[in-house]
Design a protein around this ligand. Structure first.
Ligand SMILES: [Zn+2]
Length: 484
């Protein structure tokens, strides 16, 4: 139970309860004390129950009559555990959180058993704890995610104030161009009053932990996770401070903060000025390539592709789309402001949906020469796009990272001369979601696939003859493996 809440009404009630406590200890009745201090017993009762604030002169008279120091009456500590519980219940029931529930107030009088009081106060404390947690149902999380993606689309995925903050900070450590070393990151972190510490025993549910009291940021061991990961993690940890974040009140706040800290880390690792200069030079030479941005700044392919979307429209005047897609076609992450038609669920969420089999994000798995980026033109109902994709392996399996632009912008990119071309008619179900009529007629009764359960977790089930199974995929497999 917390006795730290000190709103004025709680303070008045605590003083009242201390008066009552010392009066009982002195063996005095309300009448006794009232007559000694020259007030009415009813007035004293109101004071003891926290309904009236006593004037200082009266408090001094009461202290003298009870033979205690004035300070003893003004102490913020409840005089007994029972009083503490009553005060806590009173405080919780007056709070805005309880008001939203529309429930009656329970009077914490003498007749309320201490057990019931304990239970009520405990429930109030848990209610307060849960409401301050940035938690959400999967449904709420998806909606919040969708809203954030739409808000970022409206800003062309470009947050000027964070770009400015990162640039200012880079100026303080004398950065001019090229990749950011771990040493420079350390200087930035230390400029902000923090130090980096590697720990083998980080809590398994955390990426980093910051000790605000001592200005220490705990990271995984230096050998993990490799690449620019540690630099990014350290920058994300200090970003909360740089961006003035306070404890996230809602899941939407939590998501926005997550986006902002990763945006900040990207701005520091691939600074706007240096990255834009690099990209503009490449554009002049009609030689734009995500892999070059990646190599110039020593980051992962995915980070480079994502950073490209921040600068593409705002600095280069090119609309784009970005997607991270699993080998099975599941969309993990996506951004577009070039009207490419990402699949969505009924809430408008794209995460967990399956992208068209003919998109570069999926054909790359068939064509990749394992060395570099794969390029393809794709005709879709919303226009023709030129896309560049790279595959990789993550903790959740093989994935592809795709950066795409409308046909007219392909001329600025290396790989525009590709002869790979495909046609996507999605969301028309006959594009790639439904098996062809002849294969259906042949295999519908003769196929008995067994679904993998994990495909249920991220998205809606493919609407196959068997739950969780993609008929088109199964039939094509059977067709190609059937004995002739
Ligand atoms: Zn399709």
């Amino acid at each position: 139970m917390s006795t730290e809440i000190t709103d004025p009404e709680t303070t008045v009630l605590t003083i009242g309860r201390r008066i009552r406590h010392f009066r009982a200890a002195a063996g005095m009745t309300l009448d006794d004390l009232a007559s000694q201090v020259g007030t009415a017993p009813s007035q004293l009762s109101l004071i003891e129950n926290g309904h009236r604030e006593p004037r200082l002169t009266l408090l001094q008279a009461i202290a003298a009559a009870l033979d205690v120091d004035l300070a003893a009456l003004l102490d913020a500590e409840p005089p007994s555990r029972r009083d503490g519980l009553e005060i806590a219940l009173d405080t919780a029931q007056r709070g805005p959180l309880y008001a939203t529930l529309g429930l009656p107030r329970v009077r914490a009088g003498k007749r309320l058993p201490t057990e019931a009081l304990e239970a009520l106060v405990g429930l109030h404390a848990e209610l307060a704890r849960r409401s301050s947690e940035a938690s959400a149902t999967p449904e709420e999380a998806r909606r919040a995610n969708t809203e954030l993606r739409r808000a970022m689309r409206a800003r062309d995925n470009y947050l000027e104030e964070i770009e400015d903050a990162a640039e200012e900070l880079l100026g303080t450590v004398g950065y001019s161009s090229g990749p950011l070393t771990h040493r420079t990151v350390e200087q930035i972190v230390s400029h902000l009053g923090f130090s980096l510490h590697h720990a083998r025993d980080l809590p398994s549910s955390t990426r980093t932990v910051t000790d605000l009291e001592h200005g220490r940021i705990y990271l995984p061991p230096a050998s993990l996770p490799g690449g620019h990961g540690l630099r990014s993690l350290a920058l994300q940890a200090v970003a909360h401070r740089v961006l003035g974040h306070t404890h996230p009140g809602t899941y939407a706040d939590f998501l926005r903060q997550r986006l902002e800290i990763s945006y900040f880390a990207a701005c520091v690792l691939m600074p706007r000025h240096a990255a834009t200069e690099f990209l503009l030079a490449a554009k002049r030479n009609r030689d734009l390539a995500v892999e070059d941005l990646r190599d110039a700044f020593g980051v992962t392919h995915e980070s480079a592709a994502h950073r490209f979307t921040n600068l593409a429209t705002s600095q280069l005047g090119i609309t784009v789309h970005f997607a991270r897609v699993g080998r099975d076609g599941t969309l993990f992450k996506g951004y577009e402001n070039d009207d490419v038609d990402f699949p969505t669920d009924v809430t408008g969420a794209i995460e967990g949906q399956t992208v068209c089999r003919h998109w570069t994000s999926r054909t790359v798995f068939d064509h990749n020469d394992l060395a570099g980026e794969f390029h393809q033109y794709t005709d879709t109902p919303s226009g023709t796009y030129w896309c560049s994709a790279q595959t990789g392996q993550g903790a959740d399996g093989d994935f592809s990272v795709t950066l795409g632009v409308p046909f007219t912008a392909a001329k600025w990119f290396r790989g525009r001369e590709t002869t790979s071309r495909s046609v996507s008619r999605c969301p028309d179900p006959t594009c790639c979601r439904e098996p062809s009529a002849d294969l259906s007629a042949k295999w519908r009764g003769a196929a008995w696939p067994s679904a993998k359960l994990h495909t249920h977790i991220l998205g809606a089930l493919p609407s196959g003859t068997f739950p969780g199974v993609d008929d088109a995929e199964v039939y094509a497999f059977l067709e190609s493996h059937a004995p002739r």
